[in-house]
Design a protein around this ligand. Sequence first.
Ligand SMILES: C[S@@+](CC[C@H](N)C(=O)[O-])C[C@H]1O[C@@H](n2cnc3c(N)ncnc32)[C@H](O)[C@@H]1O
Length: 286
Amino acid sequence: MSRVSKDVRTFPVVSRKDTHLDALRRHPNPLAAAIGQSIYATLNYTVTEEEEGWIDRIEAHRAELSQSEERVVCMDYGAGKRDSRRTAQEMAVGVAVENTVGHFCRVSSKGARWCVLLFRLIRAVRPHSCVEMGAAVGISAAYQAAALHLNAAGSLITMEGAAPLAAVARQTLHHLGLDNATVMAGKFMDTLPSVLKHQPPIDYVFVDGHHDEAATQAYAEQLFSFLADQALLVFDDIAWNQPMKGAWQAIANDDRIHLAIDLGTIGIGLVAPTYRGPRFVSFPLE
Ligand SMILES: C[S@@+](CC[C@H](N)C(=O)[O-])C[C@H]1O[C@@H](n2cnc3c(N)ncnc32)[C@H](O)[C@@H]1O
């Protein structure tokens, strides 16, 4: 058993037998079913040899980056710690943080099992125009770009405020030979309008940065205007603190989301006007 498959198997076993999950993966709406199948395949760690090759290469690179002693000074335009309560002005100005690349890789990157879920989602849903908000050193971006590469369709723009991390993310993608992903450096508030304007209608977004209630809702609002007819909005850390729970509740209840799936840490909002079925589904994986 590989390190990744062991990590994926630490998701609670009970959720593998969840009846809501069974209903979702057999849903007549193809996108809803694809999401259900992705979750199911993640929990069972169903991967082909080619997929496992990519996962192993990305994880080998993560392990290498985690050891990096290179020191960098990063501007943090995010919400800080769970209880920081930074003002909008403070977040716009940013806070300088100095540490090693290894540290940023270890503390910022999504764990392998969640990255496998993102990978599986992209493999199953087959989006064309993908955006990630929050690249850090490019680990989740690599998983998503690898899935697009295997789909032989689609591209990813990943956005990062800290210039030194954006540079590492670029190296990560280059090192792995993933030329279907581009890193956009800069604050989301500055870069998101042009990313949205210059991308074809977006059908997949992973929001994994700036965990502030008002900012998260404002980004969702901006995103809605540029989505394809059918799209997936994936939000990380929806239960990180009370304000993030509030942001997810507001997004999940928005009329433009037809199905909101709460996985505990990650929330998936499906935009699919033809979807008929339960409006909210919840199977916490943690
Ligand atoms: C949790 S990390 C992303 C991890 C990455 N998705 C992964 O799993 O490999 C969040 C990143 O978002 C960036 N970020 C936070 N707020 C931002 C903002 N307002 N503008 C641009 N980048 C921001 C941070 O610098 C940080 O590197």
